[in-house]
Design a protein. Structure first.
Length: 328
């Protein structure tokens, strides 16, 4: 395992031996080609198998979980992704239920950070979700769009939002120009004016569910006011979605404008390639995406996404049967 830095971004690169070791581990998981990544017995086997993952990878994840660094993002390179993955899906709500190599790798690494988790209203509660462009949804501020995706904490509206968001590249866009963009509070807090910081620490904002939570958008969600920054003012947690967070005061409008400007001038740009995994600390780091042009020819950009909960117990009341999927 080689660890390096690209500016504030931390990069962990598997060597060929580690890549082979992880691929063999993924392929040796129990079940046949119809094995389901959402099956709790299969997940238990993945949890046990993680203990045999490359030591360097386990160490890098443990350190990132303890402190996610200046960028709040870890880029892991050299992960195994099967060559024969087939066409990029192009339907709304696309998910991965089969235990493919990429889905198995995601679920293995999830256990290096905590436990996988999902939300029933979003993509039917699948633990591995496809992030792909969908015809007719190009302009949507969601994972199915292809326009510029604004900065956001994943599921910022939810009381049990993910602790980490994992995005694994199965296939890059045709031109190789689409950027995953991340920006951490540790990069922008020193640049914020005291007035903006004070207002962002005050509960004068409301955040609504994203388009992927279609049931809740229909009015079944009671959004209460909250602060954008919470906790230690010197290293605060962040609760913000540029497209879904509404300031309730003029002071809040000015504060979020300043925050948005800093995100735009301070982001880390990642042009992901097949086998690269971005892990985003969802407590302190927003992410977004640059625009790209899909062709809908079966070879469009294809990421797979898995959420991770570092403390599964916190959401127990919202997970029926102590499973991995929250009911709301």
């Amino acid at each position: 395992m080689n660890l390096s830095d690209d500016g504030p971004l931390r990069i962990a690169t598997l060597d060929p031996g580690e890549r082979t070791q992880l691929a063999e581990l993924a392929r040796a998981l129990p079940g046949d080609e119809d094995a389901r990544v959402d099956d709790e017995r299969w997940i238990a086997a993945v949890r046990d198998a993680w203990e045999d993952a490359p030591a360097g990878l386990r160490r890098a994840l443990r350190e990132f979980r303890r402190h996610s660094g200046q960028a709040g993002t870890l880029l892991v390179r050299g992960l195994p992704v099967a060559d024969d993955v087939g066409d990029t899906p192009s339907v709304a709500g696309s998910v991965e239920r089969k235990a493919t190599v990429s889905a198995s790798v995601l679920m293995l690494i999830a256990h290096g950070l905590g436990d996988p988790g999902a939300y029933r209203p979003e993509k039917t509660g699948a633990l591995v979700q496809n992030v792909v462009p969908v015809p007719g949804q190009e302009n949507l501020q969601a994972n199915s769009g292809s326009v510029h995706l604004t900065y956001h904490i994943e599921n910022a509206f939810h009381p049990h939002r993910p602790d980490f968001v994992m995005l694994l590249c199965v296939r890059p866009d045709h031109e190789g120009i689409a950027e995953l963009r991340t920006c951490c509070t540790r990069q922008v807090i020193p640049k914020l004016s005291e007035e903006a910081k004070t207002n962002l620490l005050t509960p004068q904002f409301r955040t609504d569910p994203p388009p992927s939570f279609s049931d809740l958008q229909s009015g079944n969600h009671d959004a209460t006011s909250h602060a954008v920054l919470t906790g230690d003012p010197d290293d605060p947690n962040l609760c913000y979605d540029e497209a879904a967070t509404t300031p309730l005061t003029e002071a809040g409008v000015e504060a979020t404008k300043e925050l948005n400007d800093l995100f735009q001038s301070s982001f880390n740009a990642i042009r992901m390639r097949a086998g690269e995994l971005a892990i985003v600390d969802n407590h302190v780091t927003v992410h977004g995406r640059s625009a790209f042009t899909p062709r809908y020819d079966g070879r469009d950009r294809w990421l797979q996404r898995t959420y991770v909960l570092a403390n599964l117990r916190d959401s127990r009341g919202n997970r029926p049967g102590d499973g991995y999927v929250m009911g709301t």
